[in-house]
Design a protein around this ligand. Structure first.
Ligand code: AMP
Length: 370
């Protein structure tokens, strides 16, 4: 298949901030853009050439987007495989529906990783309470993200806490006592070529990403292992596009895979401004069949801090302290309703100030709140 020529239309299933940032990168490469979202004011629908309003899990709506596009990609992995197959029958779609089919259900994803021999914490299907290795974390098998649909149990005595989460099928995982959380963001082209970004180190709050720094503080050999794991996983899946592999670094410096996201990822936002080619442009290059771009950090280091709706409690935050940080850039997604926990934007800091900014992210957020 030839590379998608400039002037052709890249369609995006999903219109959130990830779709918006993909669309902006696609435009800069000379493509026209389309996106589908159920909300007419969704972040990506504000910036694409052809906005489509409709549900991404509605095959008819997805087909409309596909017919108006020359090639289709996605920003969200939970689109039903049946819908993706309808799209793929009409236009080239990357990543392929089969990749999403392996990832959408946490149990299927974990079984796939186990079969391939990738290291994970002990886990199982949570249909009965038998065999759980406490302390455990219960996770909904599908549609659980950003810590939603999860519940931690220290011991069997905590079981009543789980009744709400267990209303839908879940997996149990043994809780990991980790030293750090890291993620590897990589792109895999249609030809199998890969480009890997510097490993990111992540801090989560209430199951939601709070801050990222790159490069992660890792011994070289561990960094190499993390990269090798992610590249092998992408290859085993036959993925095309950007993908994130989240991992736990244990105290003995071994690694466990937590989860795979077959798309651009929040922990890769530091690449926008931080790296020669952002994860968003890289994703466009990969799916459109262009050569992958360079991934090195332009100023040696970068940090990213998420801006959640909580910050808007007293109205628009005071951005002046952010503007005063050398190398800082504010990104807002154009969302109107600021709800607690909702991702409204992020800021990045590149260069020397990145390290201190990562450490004082909590304090900085308090300052911005006014
Ligand atoms: P997830 O949605 O699976 O990425 O989980 C969100 C966050 O919850 C992770 O980034 C970790 O901070 C935490 N978490 C998830 N699974 C585990 C686990 N098995 N052990 C310890 N912490 C976990």
């Amino acid at each position: 298949m030839d590379p998608l020529a400039p002037g052709k239309t890249l369609g995006i299933l999903g219109g959130g901030q990830l779709g918006r940032l993909i669309a902006e990168a696609a435009k800069s490469l000379g493509y026209r853009t389309a996106a589908l979202d159920s909300s007419p004011s969704a972040p990506a629908l504000q910036v694409v050439d052809k906005p489509f309003v409709g549900a991404v899990d509605d095959a008819a709506a997805a087909l409309k987007l596909a017919t108006a596009s020359d090639l289709v990609t996605l920003e969200w992995e939970l689109i039903p495989v049946k819908v993706l197959e309808v799209v793929a029958a009409a236009r080239p779609l990357f990543p392929a529906p089969s990749v999403l089919g392996l990832i959408q259900d946490r149990l299927t994803q974990k079984n796939f990783l186990r079969k391939q021999g990738f290291p994970q914490t002990p886990y199982g299907e949570a249909a009965t309470a038998a065999g759980w290795k406490y302390p455990v974390i219960l996770k909904r098998r599908s549609h659980g993200y950003d810590g939603k649909g999860q519940c931690r149990l220290a011991s069997e005595a905590d079981a009543p806490k789980a009744s709400e989460v267990l209303k839908a099928p879940c997996v149990w995982e043994k809780l990991v006592d980790f030293k750090a959380e890291i993620s590897v963001i990589l792109a895999r082209g249609r030809d199998g070529a890969t480009a890997v970004y510097p490993v990111a180190e992540n801090v989560h709050r209430n199951g939601i990403l709070h801050a990222t720094r790159a490069p992660a503080r890792l011994p070289r050999d561990v960094e190499g292992k993390a990269v090798a794991l992610a590249v092998e996983i992408a290859g085993a899946l036959g993925h095309v596009g950007v993908m994130a592999v989240e991992m736990f670094l244990l105290h003995d410096e071994s690694l466990l895979v937590n989860e795979i996201a077959p798309r651009v990822h929040n922990s890769g936002h530091y690449t926008l401004g931080g790296c020669a080619v952002s994860q968003f442009e890289q994703h466009v290059r990969a799916v459109c069949g262009l050569p992958l771009g360079r991934t090195e950090l332009l100023e040696g280091r970068a940090a990213m801090v998420n801006l959640l709706g909580d910050l808007w409690e007293k109205g628009e935050p005071d951005w002046a302290p952010l503007r005063a940080i050398p190398g800082a850039t504010l990104h807002l997604y154009g969302k109107s309703g600021a709800r607690p926990g909702r991702k409204m934007g992020h800021y990045t800091v590149v260069g020397a100030a990145a390290e201190t900014e990562f450490d004082r992210a909590d304090k900085r957020l308090l300052q911005l709140r006014g």
